[in-house]
Design a protein around this ligand. Sequence first.
Ligand SMILES: Cc1cc2nc3c(=O)[nH]c(=O)nc-3n(C[C@H](O)[C@H](O)[C@H](O)COP(=O)(O)OP(=O)(O)OC[C@H]3O[C@@H](n4cnc5c(N)ncnc54)[C@H](O)[C@@H]3O)c2cc1C
Length: 463
Amino acid sequence: MTTATVVVDAAFKASVAVPALIVGGGACGLTASLQLAHSGIETLVVERDTAPMGSTSLSSGFIPAAGTRCQAALGIADSPSQLVSDIQAKAHGLACPQLAEAYAHTIGEVIDWLQETHGFEWEVLTDFLYPGHHVHRMHTLPQRQGVALVQALASAAERSGVTVYTSAHVHQLIVNEQGQIRGVRLTRPDGAIESIGCEALILACNGYGGSLELRTRFIPEMLHATFAGHTGNDGSAVLWGEALGANLADMSAYQGHGSWAMPHGSLVTWALMIQGGIQVNSRGERFHDESKGYSEAAVQVVAQPNQTAWCVYDDPIHTLGMTFPDYIDAQSLGAVKVCDDLSKLATVIGCPEPTLAQTLAQMAGSERDQFGRQFARPLRAPFYAIKVTGAIFHTQGGLDVDPDCRVKRIDGSRLANLWAAGGAARGVSGPHVSGYLSGNGLLSAVAGGAIAAKSVTTYLKGL
Ligand SMILES: Cc1cc2nc3c(=O)[nH]c(=O)nc-3n(C[C@H](O)[C@H](O)[C@H](O)COP(=O)(O)OP(=O)(O)OC[C@H]3O[C@@H](n4cnc5c(N)ncnc54)[C@H](O)[C@@H]3O)c2cc1C
């Protein structure tokens, strides 16, 4: 259980004080720090790990952005309003409209800025379209891995003169009698406690996927599912926010994933499903429309016997998979089983061969099937199979914020000097798992980090 607390301490004296303090050194905190450094604001990032990593380092590092230079160079026509429309379509119109607008209109500028100012070598993924995106807009560094993204951000922050305290676990926010943040207390690995004062605080410490207590409260449907995010997602921001009277929003939303290799514990790209692969349970039966999205698929997979399913696909799809580092990792771990024929596939899955034969035969129909999916072609031997479970990757609910990422109280007013972004704040997925559009996580982290930093700059310059 996390020990995040808030104390009122009118006589608070810090050993170090900075104008802008950021809790968390993932994509959100580091992007915010770069933007603040660019504006000439002295900034300190405090990170509990020995190096900035976070869930960002576990991710694929794909960031959706509209109207960027990279897209223009490839002749891709896109706009922030099209991105808003895709976000809202996936969220059934329930994404916070002001945040969807703010993030969609900011992310392209930030991607271009990181390229021009900090030398990020973005590529746009054009191999396939993620569910719900109308155009190719996933931006990634050439390594196609979140660890490369966080390392690039950390290096840029270092070059920009940002100070990052690592092995610094913030456990307490200090406020004055008016509820204004005065600073934080943090614990070092040897138990030593340090205090840092600040004029403005940005919470960039992600969500509550790693807290059983908070998952029981807000996402009971995934209580027993694998949590594949970073252990630092312990819900500190939520607990601090509640203690400060902040509003919480979209708390039942999260990014699930229906393709977490078992027992290897690694991500298997959903591109396999989008390109025509299917999921079957241990009886050899399909159970949902795999083309809808990986997030909602998590709930479907967890509802199957033993909370597991098999991703089944064939040679052309395997070839596409080999362009994704996560798939290559899964293969090197032994997760990918190759089956020369249907009989071998049924043996690997442990299901009756006639049932599996019928499942595959149903893909040949020209009509939509019972789940609403239509296939361009049936799968052909040799078959490939990976045993998977449904996992929760990160939570999409959090502190309610305005379009400047200022934290809101329950009555709608703003807390004096507290900002939250990335996984610490509510996202743009609405309240349901099915509302998660691919990339909403890093969209919120990178765009939200930049927005919070600009707002903090304005606030500090006005003091
Ligand atoms: C397997 C996987 C794949 C994913 N793929 C994608 C993808 O391709 N695209 C996408 O958009 N999203 C993806 N996501 C989601 C994405 O990783 C997150 O939404 C995003 O990284 C959140 O960024 P953040 O900066 O808010 O949090 P994080 O990157 O988690 O950073 C938060 C940091 O805060 C630190 N911290 C926490 N509490 C404290 C404290 N009390 N004191 C000090 N430090 C603290 C943590 O150690 C951590 O380093 C994926 C997630 C997973 C798990």
